[in-house]
Design a protein around this ligand. Structure first.
Ligand code: ZN
Ligand code: ZN
Length: 132
């Protein structure tokens, strides 16, 4: 079960919903691995063949691209392996493909520039429908 967040700009038409948190269909590790990018999938499969998995955490996070300003929800998988090794899947921008995403909390929306008009301080986040 996750949380829906709507990001809105007070200064232009920009309004988009994002689904954050964990969805029910991501309950198995295989499903979670299937959601992250190919490069991370390879890395994770490599790690799991030679290391024991202690725990994993999967969620959708709100991410802002510092290169093209796109705001998006992205899957993030964190693994903890034996001997305290940790691994976090890559966060890659959907539109420019750069790895310059910054994970933000909905409450931090007002600190980032609007993806459309690029004005800082005009964005705000509000709760949207729940999903599962
Ligand atoms: Zn980008
Ligand atoms: Zn705007």
């Amino acid at each position: 079960m996750g949380t829906g967040i709507r990001a809105r700009c007070n200064d232009c038409w920009y309004s988009r919903s994002f689904m954050l948190g964990v969805g029910m269909h991501h309950s198995t590790l295989e499903n979670c691995i299937g959601c992250v990018n190919k490069n991370s999938q390879r890395k994770i499969n490599d790690l799991l063949t030679s290391n024991e998995l202690v725990e994993y955490k999967f969620e959708y996070v709100l991410a802002h691209c510092q290169s093209c300003f796109t705001l998006m929800d992205r899957p993030l998988l964190k693994l903890t392996l034996a001997n305290n090794q940790t691994y976090q899947s890559d966060l890659v921008c959907k539109s420019c493909r750069r790895k310059q995403l910054k994970v933000i909390e909905p409450s931090e929306l007002e600190n980032i520039p609007c993806p459309s008009c690029r004005k800082t301080g005009a964005m705000k986040g509000e709760n949207d429908l729940l999903w599962d």
